[in-house]
Ligand binder design. Sequence first.
Ligand code: MOS
Length: 738
Amino acid sequence: MIADTKYIGKSTRRVDGIKKVTGQAPYIAEFNPADLVHGYIINSTIAKGKITAIHKEKALQVPGVREIFTHENVPVEVKIDSDYTDPLAPPGNPFRPLYDENILYNGQPVAMVVADTFETAAFAAGLVQVEYEEEEAYEVDIRRNLDNATHEDVPEPPEPRGNAADAFNSSEVKIDTEYYQPREYHNPMEPFASVASWNEEEGSFSIYDKIQGVSSSQGYIAGIFNLEKEKVRVISPFIGGAFGSGLRPQYQLFFAAMASKALKLPVKVVMTRTQMFSFGHRPACLQRMKLSADKSGKLTSIRHQAFAETSRFEKFNETVVDWSGLMYQCENVALDYQLVPVDVYTPLDMRAPGGSTGMYALECAMDELAIEAGVDPLELRIINYAEKDQNEDKPFSSKELKACYQRAAEKFGWQKRKSEPRSIKQGNQLVGYGMASGVWEAMQQKSSAKAILTSEGKLTVSSGTADIGTGTYTIMSQIAAEILGLSIENVEFKLGDSTLPDAPIEGGSWTASSVGSAVKMVCSALQESIFELATQTHPDVFENKLIEDATFSNAGLSAGSGATISYAEIISSAEKKSIQVEVNSEPEDSRSNYSCYTHSCVMVEVHVDEDTGMISIPRVVNAIAGGKILNPKTAESQIIGGVTWGIGMALEEEGMMDSRNGRIMNANLAEYHVAVQADVKEIDVIFVEEQDDIVNPLGAKGLGEIGIVGVASAISNAIYNATGKRVRELPITLDKVL
Ligand code: MOS
């Protein structure tokens, strides 16, 4: 326990903020090693078939063009002969760029032009002609392919409990509905980029890559090129957004490394915005919900079935239906999750993968059930509140969801809601209120960290984690400064380099808990080293004192009522330049006896123009129970970002596919709409008090994903309340409410 904190729990400005806003934080495409050449990737224009010819002659005549790589001249070592691995590929046959002439999806990378400048490479790429033999029969729509749905290689949801079908049939209140969400595409501000340099003498790679964890790129490249991991150094200091798109290495990394090794030159490959739509997406998903209750609203059965999209070659899966067995107390539950393979590229994680999908259906269905039962939707959640995790039959490590409901309702003014749709009007605006619950798992992974304290009193803590914009640099600096009683200006946190101590990829909302625990542990270990050293250098002050009596503050050590000796003096007195410790941390065993989750309550006000169907969202309140909040300022930003994305999911985001060629038609930011400033008005974030001594030594649960969960359902529910129209397909565009 850390009492009386100076940094932990206090709003702290981003330590990298000034670098970022003044352009001093280098993003991947800004690294320019000497003799750099540039690659420009060419993507297939058909969904399925074979490449029959690639005409490179014209492009090769352009001055400055170095080489054009296709499946015909890719070095053999990265093809059939290699022990090709892709550690983050889902089950199945991992996609291998330039593997052979077969086309598996529209947008598949088929060639890369390498030239002295990006412009030359892009121009020459336009002169390359690819001929195809097209296969007519391909499918891109899961709703037309439900007959091919499969459980094969798909993790099983929790076992059924009770008898949901019987309970449903004998219940007085019931709903049976279907919800659909389309494929959604990642659009981080920074496009994917890699700069790879092969060192022929050392047989090693030095790589800058946009990735959510350097270990991910390192493992991928080491696997493909059959190298020791130590021969692949990956650096990734700043990331301009990712949220799932950068967990699995993207194809530009393969191309940059392959070309660099072949040409013995550093190669940079940057995706275009259109190519950002060619490497994976949040899968389209069809969900069927059957809920029943008694007259009072007490749930008698829950059935949740999901059909999610995957590719033909990999089985991407996420946790979509399990939440329905977790969230509410119910004795009769049946869950089913199936995959529908179609001719698209494999989906990937996107903020709260599975959770934002499954909770969209569950929380819309709960709203529909509330209406059937004639119970207030908030009341319905409280009637069915789960005090323990029935999926796993375990208590929660902490769960302040009731406090979320209460605080959100107070702040939002939920009691002003009228249950009858179309009851409130302001001019020609129909006003509606809606709410939803949110949930996300609070995970913790193994993580390592190193700390070095110098004789100048400067502390450097490092771990091979990432900061995808969430504030990792800042919270880790806060933890270190707190434990050692240093001013945060004297602390530097290093990340994004595969030579640093091992850390998991930054995903799953587990970085604060995993790396944060390692940083806490390494700083506590450093306290011990300082104390031990001080008993030698300053025996007059510290002899016969115990570390339990020691205070680490004001950049120095004191014990009992004795003098404070600065760290600088202790280390100098020992005639050392620095002291150093390294630790490995992992989740405590006792954690496995509990279920650890973050919860939220989202409340939304929508306005729907009666004449045009235009929907706006003047107000969102999101109350979060996320354990200890390490930095309220960056934490609030996480939730605001999540809510904003949720608004896009509810009202705007949809990858539209041309069924004639399986191509995304709106592969640009003009036509693929994401929520922007004009779509976002008031977002109120509340963090409720939640003490958790079990989840990890910091008591912090992680906040990266929870902000988006529930938002699309709260908006859908509010639109029903405003208009009386239940739209069960996202995004809810104006044509659907008119
Ligand atoms: Mo997250 S979708 O695990 O970056």
